[in-house]
Design a protein around this ligand. Sequence first.
Ligand code: UGA
Length: 471
Amino acid sequence: MRVAVVGSGYVGLVAGACFADLGHTVLLVDNDQQKLAALKGGQVPIHEKFLPELLDRHRGQRLRFSEDLHAAVLESDVVFIAVGTPTTEQGEADLSYVESVATSIPSALNGYKVIVEKSTVPVYTSEWIRKIILRHAADPDSFDVASNPEFLREGSGVTDFLFPDRIVIGVDDERCVSVLRTLYAPLTDGSYYQRGDAIPRPDRAQIPPPLIVTSTKSAELIKHASNAFLAMKISFINAVASICEAVGADVQQVCQGIGSDRRIGHRFLNPGIGYGGSCFPKDLKAFRAVARECGYDFRLLDEVMHINEEQRQRFLRKVRSALWTLRGKRLAVLGLAFKGGTDDIRESPAIMLVETLLQEGCSISAYDPAAEVRAREVLPASVQFAENPYAAVRDADALLILTEWDEFAALDLERVHGAMKYPIVIDGRNLYDPESMAEQGFTYYSIGRSAATPEVRSSPSNVPPRAVENS
Ligand code: UGA
């Protein structure tokens, strides 16, 4: 099929590259000239596993880049809208980019086309897109509007797209269902997975994935409700972690126990320094605003956001209690992105923590395998960037682990210990076992588990019945 994808952000770029890999002809449209030039020139603007391979495979052949939206719509059977929907000051989704794309479509409707919203948008957006296209004198028979929310996570976007748990298609007219079924057929009939050059199958993949057809409003709500539910799961376990700290229980054991109930599941049950990124914080606010608009006071979401904010403050209190005073302390920071596996620092709890620690008079030596360039743009020049974790910890009063990159979970601890001024580790992602850290000579603080020190090891028999941060 001939596909136009408007917007080359995380979702648009990954979707475009993956549709090309499924065998479609894709035109990726963006009005950012610099980005287009970079993409055409073979650069990959985001850190995303398997994306360089797919771009190399299809660039200039089944995947082309253009700034001409009109021409792209003319050439295509299906037009995906994957532009940004940032948050307004009122917490709502700003749909002006979506509207601007919708306004450009009518003049290019030279035959039946399916317009698909892929950006995360509030319920009723499909209806608005349809109304706007009709307002510009389009023939109602020449198009349909569908909603096809995307559930990919940054860092594993390509794999998530090609091995989805489900594909959701929201339609209000049966006519466009067959078009979208054909588009996704290589996944739903399993033929993509037979190919020798298919992207490697991850664990837990359900093959072939189910395709769920709903109304457009239901599809729009599925996206917001999914993100809100996942954020709720994270805030829930972070709240449980606080209780674990207070009573001397181990949140990892608690997670194992509750996650083994298949109705709950283990995924998205990792406690930490709170969720961040360009999706959960924005979508929770937007969903809250949607609920308010339609007369439902969704206070549960307020609490999810409140716990998330509090989680960062708790981590700061932990740093203070580990070091007593902060002014003049040298802290090593591993991880600046909003999570491991990405270079995205939007709404990153790690960046927010570093900014606060700098304000409190600490000096910071940071390392991130992918996010350094972006972090340099927002952090003060006083932050030193190290070329590896061992350079970052040199002479540090403490090490803070803020994202869960695999390489941070496999450090040469002897080398780390030898390089630090004081062997204190404050782990915001629970990458290490407290007892073995104490055995290696570290004073180790983590989330939802008792502190471990070389002298006083935490074990079921000697766990003190009080919060880590008070200990
Ligand atoms: C999220 C959703 O997971 C995707 O399904 C969705 O498509 C995407 O938003 C979107 O709306 O576009 P993403 O923001 O890339 O994906 O990242 P996640 O892997 O969901 O992580 C979000 C935040 O939660 C990160 O800060 C991460 O560190 C944190 N997190 C995640 C935890 O603290 N604990 C967990 O167990 C999982």
